[in-house]
Design a protein around this ligand. Structure first.
Ligand SMILES: *[C@@H]1O[C@H](CO)[C@@H](O)[C@H](O)[C@H]1NC(C)=O
Ligand SMILES: *[C@@H]1O[C@H](CO)[C@@H](O)[C@H](O)[C@H]1NC(C)=O
Ligand SMILES: *[C@@H]1O[C@H](CO)[C@@H](O)[C@H](O)[C@H]1NC(C)=O
Ligand SMILES: *[C@@H]1O[C@H](CO)[C@@H](O)[C@H](O)[C@H]1NC(C)=O
Ligand SMILES: *[C@@H]1O[C@H](CO)[C@@H](O)[C@H](O)[C@H]1NC(C)=O
Ligand SMILES: *[C@@H]1O[C@H](CO)[C@@H](O)[C@H](O)[C@H]1NC(C)=O
Ligand SMILES: *[C@@H]1O[C@H](CO)[C@@H](O)[C@H](O)[C@H]1NC(C)=O
Ligand SMILES: *[C@@H]1O[C@H](CO)[C@@H](O)[C@H](O)[C@H]1NC(C)=O
Ligand SMILES: *[C@@H]1O[C@H](CO)[C@@H](O)[C@H](O)[C@H]1NC(C)=O
Ligand SMILES: *[C@@H]1O[C@H](CO)[C@@H](O)[C@H](O)[C@H]1NC(C)=O
Length: 826
């Protein structure tokens, strides 16, 4: 998760983590799938290659040697920038200077020390023995200006390896750059009153940090590997009228240096942590705050704070903290939690200990402009960042134990006992063991040890049962056995039966054997278990027939699961893709969100694989046919500018509009264009929930004037949620020249902020008309020499590839089949 927190729509639903348990199953699958992809990355299309970096001798690996271990750091940093330039005599400066004293424990007799440093000039290096403060004589030091980022210190004296402590002192200077990594500079504008009381835009500056994954080395020389944890004592010296924040609660004090006034903010020592969790900001932001069990501060641009845009986040943070505290009977040991909304950050959010950074749209909400989804997104993001709990199988464990109270009690004991230590699952089992007689450790051990999750295959005629590791590409893992708790029922008898599968061999004969000819079996009832299920083709067909006869016989969550399992099994070449496709036919009668979302997500993937080919036409026609009743189901609300009451219906209304309009349902396009015309005439009646889709549809159907209007609205809008919707909608145009213009805008930070560059290019690349343009641009960027932009462009490229990634073999094998199927349905 190097790119920070991504919250999927399915997760965002209904503050997913906290309330909607029925969705957990699908969500978990998505999370585990992501882990799977990270571990076994898809094969990417060939890229224009960079010149290879040749390995050059010592030290043999890029890892730091283990002759010394860092214990604690004492770091002083002094950034020189002013938050605003108010007269012509002030010279802005982005330089910073600092010094750092790191205490190390020497493990083997040594004459060298390696640290990390990048983009800093190191001006002084001294090594002293800690207890006596005696200086060791230095042979010299040098920075390896290659990918190792090593600062190599050579000593004439030997450091003794019997765990003796030494202090390494460095002085250094660097520059705050506008590159979103390390300690970086960000610019934004604030409206202030001019001489004649008119509104004037004033340029503002702030410094903030993103050390993840390995950029602490750009701020001060350090042992920049996650395992080399230490305590950090930070002091920041900054201009008056600015506030410095860090993981701990700062104590500011004013002082005079060279005749100038400065503020010195000292932060108490942090607990032992990795370098990448350090966080720093220096800004003229203001804040709102609340003291409940713990002090909660939310920082942002003063314009946004004054307009009340942080109030929702403040309220919800308190609620979420209280909820966690009640749920787990925990006291937060932190003195404060600062959350800050940054105009420029390259990840959605970064959960630094005690100081959490967000993109503005992740934390700030204009209640008048925001949709219910925007509010949920903020709430979910905050809940996620505060929870830090990435233990997803717990729900299944709770089902296995069967006694929720016992489960919660065990969890509570565990959390309060091991609050500040790294999670050790064994301890959790110990706590749970005291509450239940079941063998928790045996049940869970395979789930923790093995990668991914299993697929259980049931041959209903014989009752044969097998389990394998589910993988999309690699050959499937045999010989791995999860303990799987199978709940199932058959169509003649709706009593849920349970069977624990713990076989380590391939085949097992349990009780469920289907004898009657038209009887079917459904396993993993209500999705209580964390695995996929495959059946023999006959059972799949019977389930498909049941869906068409009366889909409500099958539990709602399982309707979604059947579709999701079938498509994933088809992509892994374990099921004929036509079976997966035929499960979507019944959707013409379906109005519930979960099955629709599951089908759309999977069909979307199919469209991505096929969209340049002739399969695209028939898919579009099929989807248009299937979505029409759902669109009509919500049409009265949509036209009235209102939304249904039920939460999942609201999501489904958005899906209906999005799919209907983008696949050419004329009544949908007419509706969208009409509402947009009213908006252009001065009355925006579109409900905030529906704006993203309706703007997009209207611009797709509209002309250059519509696009220009939306662009002007985008520039004028101040609420981040509304801005995001317009920014997305601008990518929906079908006109090549407008898409090209928009792409050029993404390279101009005065038009599209750097923080939004990647996602905007992504939006454009998702548009069939925009895809080739985005590719060309990215190739061109890669050739250019500007390093910062290259980095960001490479990031964008990565994401685009992820989206358009297609299994070439699979497409080749299934193209005709898929095409014939859709043509048959036309
Ligand atoms: C800075 O100088 C420009 C012209 O050189 C002048 O127009 C402007 O008012 C000055 N600004 C301040 C804040 O003195
Ligand atoms: C700002 O820079 C100018 C030219 O480089 C210099 O003459 C002036 O003294 C500087 N002012 C301050 C306050 O340092
Ligand atoms: C480090 O810098 C700070 C601030 O400039 C200074 O007060 C302190 O004495 C320096 N530390 C050492 C050991 O020189
Ligand atoms: C990096 O450069 C130094 C010379 O400054 C060289 O000794 C070292 O082997 C290089 N390391 C790598 C990994 O390229
Ligand atoms: C480590 O060894 C040095 C000399 O080799 C000695 O002076 C010192 O007392 C020893 N320290 C400890 C903690 O044993
Ligand atoms: C580092 O030193 C070089 C050479 O003296 C200088 O040009 C550069 O500006 C310095 N960089 C910083 C960040 O101070
Ligand atoms: C839709 O429902 C009707 C009536 O219940 C049924 O006759 C029809 O077969 C269903 N269509 C599909 C495709 O499931
Ligand atoms: C998949 O099913 C279709 C008919 O539904 C059939 O024509 C095709 O041969 C099957 N493919 C495989 C690989 O079994
Ligand atoms: C739509 O508006 C009409 C007229 O105002 C009203 O009668 C109808 O109930 C509304 N429908 C919905 C679904 O809000
Ligand atoms: C909206 O503006 C269009 C021209 O852009 C005009 O034809 C139309 O009558 C206007 N509609 C309303 C309701 O004002």
């Amino acid at each position: 998760m190097g790119k920070g927190t991504g919250i999927s729509k399915a997760v965002a639903i209904g503050i997913g983590v906290l309330t909607v348990s029925s969705l957990c199953c699908l969500v978990l699958m998505a999370v585990m799938y992501k882990i799977q992809i990270d571990k076994y990355p898809p094969v990417n299309p060939p890229l224009p290659s960079k010149p290879p970096v040749l390995p050059t001798g010592l030290p043999p690996s890029l890892r730091l040697p283990d002759n010394v271990i860092p214990e604690s750091y004492k770091v002083f940093l002094q950034p020189y920038f002013y938050p605003a330039i108010t007269n012509n005599y002030t010279n802005q400066s982005f330089a910073f200077t600092g010094n750092s004293t790191v205490r190390i424990k020497c493990m083997t007799d040594s004459k060298t020390v390696f640290l990390h440093v990048l983009d800093l000039n190191v001006t002084t290096v001294e090594v002293r023995k800690s207890d006596s403060n005696v200086k060791l004589s230095l042979g010299g030091y040098r920075i390896h200006r290659n990918e190792s980022n090593f600062l190599e210190i050579q000593l004439k004296d030997v450091m003794s390896g019997n765990e003796t402590y030494y202090d390494i002192f460095t002085e250094f200077e660097g520059e705050l750059q506008n590159d979103l990594t390390g300690f970086y500079m960000s610019q934004y504008t604030e409206k202030v009153k001019g001489d004649e009381d008119e509104d004037v835009d004033q340029e503002r500056f702030l410094a903030t940090s993103l050390m993840k994954p390995t950029d602490a080395r750009k701020v001060f020389p350090c042992f920049d590997e996650p395992a080399l944890k230490a305590e950090f004592e930070i002091t920041v010296i900054h201009r008056p009228d600015t506030t410095a924040l860090s993981n701990q609660k700062g104590a500011p004090d004013t002082t005079e240096i060279d005749g100038e006034e400065w503020v010195v903010t000292t932060f108490p020592k942090t607990p032992i942590m990795s370098t990448y969790l350090l966080a720093l900001t220096v800004s003229d932001f203001t804040f709102v705050s609340k003291s409940s069990a713990i002090r909660i501060n939310i920082y942002g641009r003063s314009e946004a704070i004054n307009a009340g845009h942080a109030d929702y986040a403040l309220e919800i943070t308190e609620k979420i903290l209280n909820h966690y505290q009640k749920l787990f009977e925990l006291k937060y040991s932190l003195e404060k939690i600062d959350q800050i909304a940054l105009p420029d950050i390259s990840v959605g959010a970064m959960e630094n200990w005690g100081l959490i950074s967000y993109q503005e749209s992740g934390l700030l909400i204009d209640k008048n402009m925001a949709s219910t989804f925007d509010q949920e997104r903020v709430a979910t993001l905050i809940a996620h960042e505060l929870a830090h709990q990435g233990a997803a199988v717990l729900r299944m464990l709770a089902t296995f134990i069967g006694d929720e109270e016992a489960f919660m009690k065990g969890i509570k004991t565990y959390l309060s006992k091991f609050q500040f230590q790294n999670v050790v699952y064994k301890d959790l089992w110990e706590c749970l063991k005291q509450e239940t007689s079941k063998d928790v450790e045996a049940f869970m051990s395979t789930w923790i040890k093995e990668v991914g999750y299993p697929v259980v295959t049931i041959i209903t005629q014989t009752g044969e049962l097998t389990q394998e590791q589910f993988l999309l590409k690699q050959s499937w893992g045999h010989g791995i056995a999860w303990q799987v708790d199978i709940r199932y029922f058959v169509s003649s008898d709706f009593v849920v039966k349970q069977d624990l599968l713990k076989v380590n061999g391939p085949v097992r004969r349990p009780h469920f054997q289907i004898e009657k000819k038209d009887e079917w079996l459904l396993a993993n009832v209500d999705c209580a278990g964390f695995f996929r299920v495959n059946y023999d083709e006959e059972n799949w067909n019977k389930l498909h027939m049941q869906l068409e006869r009366n889909h409500e016989v099958i539990p709602l969550i399982n309707r979604g699961q059947l579709i999701d399992d079938a498509f994933n099994l088809a992509r892994a070449s374990r099921l004929n893709v036509t079976i997966a496709l035929s499960l979507t036919k019944y959707l013409i009668n379906e109005t519930e969100y979960i099955p629709w979302e599951s089908a759309l997500k999977n069909l979307d993937h199919l469209i991505l694989m096929f969209d340049r080919s002739e399969v695209y036409g028939p898919i579009t026609k099929y989807l248009r046919k299937q979505i029409t009743p759902l669109y009509k189901h919500f049409e009265e609300y949509t036209k009235n500018g209102t939304i249904p009451e039920k939460h999942t219906d609201q999501y489904n209304q958005v899906n209906a509009i999005s799919v209907a309009c983008s696949h050419g349902l004329s009544s949908c396009i007419t509706m969208a264009s009409g509402l947009f015309r009213d908006y252009r005439n001065g009355t925006n009646k579109i409900h905030p929930n529906l704006r993203k889709e309706i703007y997009c549809s209207a611009i797709a159907a509209g002309d250059e004037d519509d696009w220009e209007f939306a662009w002007n609205e985008y520039q004028r809008a101040t609420a981040p949620a509304e801005k995001d919707k317009l920014r997305y909608a601008l990518s929906c145009t079908k006109e090549i020249w407008l898409l090209n213009r928009y792409l050029q805008y993404t390279l101009d930070p005065s038009k599209i902020r750097k923080t939004d560059m990647v996602s905007t290019i992504n939006y454009i690349a998702k548009n069939v008309a925009g895809q080739p343009l985005a590719w060309d641009l990215l190739r061109q960027l890669q050739k250019e020499q500007d390093e910062n932009d290259q980095d960001i462009a490479a990031q964008a490229l990565e994401q685009v590839i992820e989206r358009t990634e297609a299994n070439i073999e699979w497409v080749k094998e299934n193209k005709q089949l898929v095409k014939d199927w859709f043509i048959g349905e036309m």
